[in-house]
Design a protein around this ligand. Structure first.
Ligand code: NAD
Ligand code: UD1
Length: 337
C-alpha cells in the first residue's frame, strides 16, 4: 500500500514525503516539475534514508493517472499539486482554474476508478472571508477575493459534494497559515522561481545579497508595531500535520476542515529582527506602501486540529528563521542566482 503525493517535489510536499518515508509509508510522487526540481527526490532520499517513487507527469493527463493507480497500490492521496501565486492568478485566471480545479477533478475520477477513498487536500487560510477577525476558526465565514483563493474554496466545495454523493469517500481539508522554514538538514526548502512574493523567501534573498533590501508593505496597520501580523508555521510541523490527517482519514467520514497554524501572530519587523539576531545577518528594510489585498492580522485558532487530529506545532519563530537560513547557505547559495 502506498500514498500518492501530488506535487511531492514542491516545498510542502517534499517535507511531507520525508515524514511519510521516515514513518514507514511507501510514497509515490507525481509532479510535473513546473515549480520544483527532480534533484529534490535525491534530497528526500538522503534525509529519509528511503527513496520515494517519482513519476514526472501532469495531473491533466488522465491516462497517466490510471497508469500510476494501476501500477502502484495507492490507498490514499495527499494532494499538494497546484499553482499558488495570488497576483499571477489575477492575470491568468484560466490557468489557475484549469491547473487547480480540472486537475483535482481528474484525480477524484481516477480515485473512483481505482477504489481509493481517502484524500488530504492542501487548502489555505486564504479561504476565510477578509472581514473575519483572528483567531480564525474553521466555522468562520468563507469568501475569497482572488482566483487563486477561489480555486481553494471551490475545491473544498467539490470535495464536500463528492463526500455526500460517495459516503465511503473521506476528504481532510487542511487550511495552512503561513508555512516557512526548511528541513533542519538544509537539503530541502522553499526555492521559488524569480523574485519572491512571500516574506521569508524575500528576506532570504536579501540575506544572500541577491536583493538590496526588504520592502515592508505598510507600517500603519492597527498592530503593535504597525506592520502586518501572520501565523508563521514551520514547514516540518505542517508536514507532520498531514500524517495526523492521513491517520484520521482512515476512520473519519465526510469532508472535514482543519486549520494548521501555531495560533500565534508575528509581525514583519519581528520576523526581520529574529532573522538578523538568530543568523547574524543584516536585513536592510524600506517602509513601502501597503500591498493591495493584504490585511493587518491573520492567525489561527488551531484547537480543532489539536483536539481531533492530536496535532500541534512544536517549532518557534527562531527555529523557522534559523532553518530558512541554513537551507539558503547549504543549498541555495550553491545554485545559480
Ligand atoms: P510548490 O509550488 O512548491 O509545490 C507544488 C508542486 O505542484 C510543484 O512541485 C509543482 O511542480 C507541482 N504541480 C503544479 N501543477 C501540477 C500539475 N498540474 N501536475 C503535476 N504537478 C503539478 O507549492 P507549496 O508551497 O509546496 O504548496 C503546496 C500546496 O499547498 C499548493 O496547493 C498550495 O496552493 C497550498 N498552499 C501553500 C501555501 C504556502 O504558503 N506555500 C499556503 C497555503 C496553501
Ligand atoms: C500570501 C497570499 C495568500 C497565500 C500565502 C501563501 C496575498 C495577499 N496573500 O499570504 O493568499 O495563501 O501568501 O502563498 O498575496 N510582506 C512584506 N514584504 C514582502 C512580502 C511580504 O512586508 O516583500 C508582508 C506582507 O504584507 C504580510 C507578510 O509580510 O504582512 C506576509 O506576507 P506573505 O508571505 O506574502 O504571506 P500572506 O500575505 O499572508
Amino acid at each position: 500500500m502506498a500514498v500518492l503525493v501530488t506535487g511531492g517535489t514542491g516545498f510542502i510536499g517534499s517535507h511531507t514525503c520525508v515524514e511519510l518515508l521516515e514513518k514507514g509509508y511507501d510514497v509515490v510522487i507525481i509532479d510535473n516539475l513546473y515549480n520544483s526540481r527532480q534533484q529534490v527526490v535525491d534530497a528526500i532520499e538522503k534525509i529519509a534514508g528511503r527513496r520515494p517513487v517519482f513519476v514526472k507527469g501532469d495531473l491533466l493527463d488522465e491516462a497517466l493517472l490510471d497508469e500510476v493507480f494501476t501500477k502502484y497500490d495507492i490507498d490514499s492521496v495527499i494532494h499538494f499539486a497546484g499553482l499558488k501565486a495570488v497576483g499571477e492568478s489575477v492575470r491568468l485566471p484560466e490557468n489557475y482554474y484549469r491547473n487547480n480545479i480540472v486537475t483535482t477533478l481528474n484525480l477524484i475520477d481516477a480515485m473512483h476508478r481505482h477504489n481509493c477513498t481517502k484524500i488530504v487536500f492542501s487548502s489555505s487560510a486564504t479561504v476565510y472571508d477578509a472581514g473575519e477577525v483572528s483567531p480564525l476558526k474553521e466555522t468562520c465565514r468563507l469568501g475569497c477575493t482572488n482566483p487563486y483563493g477561489r480555486t481553494k474554496l471551490f475545491i473544498e466545495e467539490i470535495l464536500r459534494d463528492v463526500c455526500v454523493a460517495h459516503p465511503e469517500f473521506t476528504a481532510i481539508l487542511l487550511r495552512y497559515f503561513n508555512p516557512i522554514g526548511a528541513h533542519p538538514a538544509g537539503l530541502i526548502g522553499e526555492n521559488p522561481n524569480g523574485i519572491p512574493n512571500n516574506l521569508l523567501p524575500y528576506v532570504t534573498n536579501v540575506a544572500l545579497g541577491r536583493l538590496p533590501q526588504l520592502n515592508v508593505f505598510g507600517n500603519d496597520y492597527d498592530t503593535p508595531d504597525g506592520t502586518g501580523v501572520r501565523d508563521y508555521i514551520h514547514v516540518v510541523d505542517l508536514a507532520r500535520g498531514h500524517l495526523n490527517a492521513l491517520d484520521y482519514a482512515q476512520t473519519a467520514t465526510g469532508a472535514q476542515a482543519f486549520n494548521l497554524g501555531t495560533g500565534n501572530g508575528t509581525s514583519v519587523l519581528e520576523i526581520v529582527r529574529a532573522y538578523e539576531e538568530e543568523n547574524g545577518v543584516k536585513i536592510p528594510v524600506n517602509i513601502a506602501p501597503r500591498r493591495p489585498g493584504d490585511n493587518a492580522t491573520t492567525f489561527a485558532d488551531a484547537t480543532r486540529a489539536n483536539e481531533i487530529l492530536g496535532w500541534h506545532a512544536e517549532y518557534d519563530i527562531r527555529d523557522m528563521v534559523r532553518d530558512s537560513w541554513n537551507f539558503a547557505k547549504i543549498t541555495l547559495a550553491n545554485e545559480e542566482a
